[in-house]
Design a protein around this ligand. Structure first.
Ligand SMILES: O=C(O)CCC(=O)C(=O)O
Length: 287
């Protein structure tokens, strides 16, 4: 099996100021999907997030990891959505297919190429939870990604709001779901966020290391972290400011990220409204 001859490379590997990520506590959560009740829904509405510590079991996570690895190894030649870390670009041609696993930054739009990854994204307990958090609407998956953050290489995802990337009307209750496939820690780049700040609405983003909130707005602010065991997940509002630092550890930090809008939500025809609210430098951006 051959890997793609023209690998897609991510846009940059610039290092960030370590003071951008200063978690002072861990986020609130429950153990299981079944534990979501009125108090948890209220928490999500007020704080913009909810952690489910034991959402998926070991078999589901190992199936998902196998699905991801198969796609990276080129086992489905129709799949072209593997993006490599810019920091690995120079040595990519020297790496074996197995070694390439640790040079990947992300996979984009894969659910139609692997049934194990689709099964997680459409798992009834996940869809039910998203529906509980979006006001009772049936959720529809509109974006799927895997973010692999390889050991010592995985780049930062600077502070941002996901809705800054999506062409939906501002009041659409977009829910993000970030599922840990490895143990995610502060050291290997678990999610960090600013609880409650989804309520402040859209923030202007700029093209810097990425399409992001300006560093000067985030420097020195204390954040909340979401360390997770494999199978744990973070559900979060599309307006919640969040980011992940560079993986400076020797440990992998692979994750799936799915985004859902209510199935009756209509995407906008163009980017104009998004650029108006989130900043004019955000033309054609992708996560
Ligand atoms: O997994 C990560 O490192 C960050 C994911 C994220 O926030 C995004 O892609 O929007």
């Amino acid at each position: 099996m051959e890997a793609s001859s023209t690998p897609i490379i991510d846009h940059g590997a610039e290092m960030h100021d370590p003071d951008l990520y200063q978690p002072t506590r861990e986020g609130f959560g429950v153990d299981h999907f079944e534990d979501i009740g009125a108090a948890e829904i209220e928490h999500f509405n007020e704080q913009g997030y909810l952690i489910i510590r034991k959402g998926f079991d070991a078999q589901e996570i190992s199936d998902a990891l196998q699905g991801m690895q198969d796609l990276i190894m080129g086992k489905n030649p129709d799949f072209k959505g593997v993006v490599f870390e810019a920091a690995a670009q120079d040595k990519l041609s020297t790496l074996s297919l197995t070694e390439r696993q640790d040079a990947v930054r992300k996979l984009m739009y894969f659910v139609e190429y692997d049934k194990r990854l689709k099964a997680i994204s459409h798992h009834p307990k996940l869809l039910n939870a998203v529906s509980q958090l979006n006001g009772g609407k049936a959720p529809s998956l509109f974006q799927d990604m895997a973010l692999t953050k390889p050991p010592r290489l995985g780049r930062e995802k600077p502070w941002h709001q996901d809705n800054a990337y999506f062409n939906y009307p501002l009041d659409t209750p977009v829910v993000g779901c970030w599922i840990a496939l490895d143990e995610a820690t502060v050291e290997n780049g678990c999610m960090q966020f600013m609880p409650g700040q989804h309520k402040k609405g859209p923030r202007i983003h700029f093209q810097r290391r990425d399409w992001q909130i300006c560093d000067t707005e985030m420097l020195g602010q204390s954040s909340v972290s979401a360390p997770l065991q494999p199978g744990g997940l973070l559900l979060f509002s599309g307006l919640l400011p969040h980011g992940t630092p560079h993986n400076s550890s020797g440990k992998r930090r692979r994750a799936l990220q799915y985004h859902y809008a209510p199935s009756d939500a209509q995407p906008l025809e163009d980017q104009e409204e998004r650029l108006l609210y989130f900043g004019s430098e955000g033309k054609d951006v992708s996560c």
